[in-house]
Design a protein around this ligand. Structure first.
Ligand code: EPZ
Length: 429
């Protein structure tokens, strides 16, 4: 199993290109199931989760052609996928595949909408919490689906097709909103989605569905209206930049000091995280080509942050911010409200010398003068990358084990950091 070795203490200086967003790519690929035409996705990141979803979709009969690099393309430029679900040969998503990646459960809505039936394994819990799917099932029931759960599978049927309806989410759910949008796009009549997730990845999915011929208004607000159509067509869509990758590298620069341009990043996708970094003592500026992050000389100021659905501070940056706060001049408090068990990084950060105490959903972080390298590992990708951030500022060598978590969500992390002066290498095997 690969490991990443980091020797801390170097500031980051230079340019880091930001990849297409993993969490937009996954639902966009799944949206390919809604049409028998070809959906072309550009700016797709090279990530293990994308490859895994390719396997899952091919099990349903979807052909995916990955366009190779063109002359002159940079190593780090995104890939283009041609997704063609001309004939769906299987409406079952088996446990062996769904259990490897939760987001693959989202095939349920499009398969049901297009084929009138679907059988998808329940994804089960994961490292960050129990993560139920009751709200996704509720959304499909509101559109007329008959759903039963049998032997670990969700079996959904809509014999005469789905019908528009009113879906009121009691809690903001990204996956629930993706599911509702994709199913409603092919339902008969109008669907109203209330308390919809406003995450940029939801808006990106809606933009792509609109290009495919869907009639959607209000995406990006908490009230979305979908007027169902009988058929969707192919389209070409470029995946939006990854706001979590952007925020992660911004925090790495805040941690080490230095000056980095995050190329292709868009500030409006992560304003609350950028505001937090400004409070912590960074200089952040939007440029024509991305976001520039610098911290020169000044120390890191402590902060208080609570994770919230978009536009609030994202749970997917909580671990990274905590790593940064381990070196703040004073005591910080981070409250996690989205997932109940998303503090696995705390014990590992402690191995590097961090002082963190947990009290329910609150973490109290007492900044320390220095961190010291150690072998570490984590069981979730955001937790793993928080260890990388801490390691970049730790004295001596840190070995980050179980790198496959990083490969699920960060494209060529060691290249991107290495180009900016970090001492970081992948050790194979
Ligand atoms: C998406 O997960 C992301 N995953 C997560 O990113 C992200 O942390 C999360 O949204 C919140 O922003 C992808 O996009 C692939 P939710 P999702 O439904 O859609 C509860 C990463 O690191 N809930 O918005 O599964 C749930 O338990 C990953 O890239 C129900 O109670 O998250 C949680 O408390 C991790 N019932 C809250 O809602 C349901 O049926 C929000 O979850 C569904 C969710």
């Amino acid at each position: 199993m690969d490991r990443i070795r980091i020797v801390g203490g170097k500031p980051l200086n230079g340019t880091i290109p930001i990849s297409g967003a993993k969490n937009a790519t996954l639902p966009l690929m799944i949206a390919g199931l809604l049409t028998d035409d070809t959906l072309v996705l550009e700016n797709v990141p090279r990530l293990a989760d994308v490859t895994q979803l390719q396997h899952i979709l091919s099990n349903h009969g979807v052909d995916i052609m990955v366009k190779g690099k063109r002359p002159g393309d940079e190593d780090l430029s995104g890939q283009t996928l041609h997704i063609s679900a001309a004939r769906i040969v299987d409406t079952t998503a088996p446990y062996e595949l769904v259990s490897k990646m939760r987001a693959s459960f989202w095939v349920l809505g499009p398969l049901l909408a297009r084929m009138g039936e679907a059988k998808v394994s329940l994804p089960g819990g994961c490292a960050i919490g129990t993560r139920p799917v009751d709200l996704l099932i509720m959304a499909l029931e509101r559109l007329g689906a008959a759903i039963e759960i049998d032997a670990g599978y969700v079996i959904a049927r809509a014999k005469g097709g789905l019908k528009g309806g009113e879906i009121v989410f009691p809690k903001v759910t990204v996956g629930g909103t993706h599911t509702a949008l994709m199913a409603a796009a092919l339902a008969r009549g109008e669907t109203l989605i209330e308390n919809a997730a406003r995450e940029p990845e939801v808006t990106d999915l809606a933009d792509c569905l609109i290009k495919m011929g869907a009639k959607i208004s209000g995406a990006g607000t908490s009230r979305i209206v979908v007027e169902g159509v009988s058929r969707l067509n192919g389209a070409r869509h470029a995946v939006l930049p990854d706001r979590i990758e952007t925020g992660t590298y911004a925090m790495a620069v805040a941690m080490t000091g230095g000056d980095v341009l995050l190329e292709g990043a868009r500030p409006e996708l992560l304003q609350s995280a950028l505001d937090t970094l400004t409070q912590a003592g960074c200089q952040i500026s939007a440029t024509n080509t991305g976001i520039r992050v610098a911290r020169n000389g000044a120390g890191i100021a402590p902060i208080e942050v609570t994770t919230q659905p978009f536009p609030g501070f994202p749970t997917d940056l909580q671990a990274q911010l905590m790593a940064l706060m381990t070196r703040a001049k004073g005591t910080s408090r981070i409250t996690e409200t989205i997932f109940e068990n998303r503090f696995m990084h705390v014990q590992e950060l402690a191995r590097l010398g961090a002082r963190i105490t947990l009290d329910g959903q609150n973490a109290i972080i007492e900044g320390v003068q220095k961190l010291k390298g150690a072998p570490v590992m984590a069981t979730d990708l955001r937790a793993s990358v928080s260890l990388v951030i801490a390691a970049l500022a730790a004295e001596g060598e840190t070995m980050v084990n179980r790198v496959y978590h990083l490969d699920r969500g960060f494209e060529r992390l060691e290249d991107k950091l290495g180009r900016c002066g970090a001492i970081v290498e992948r050790i194979s095997g």
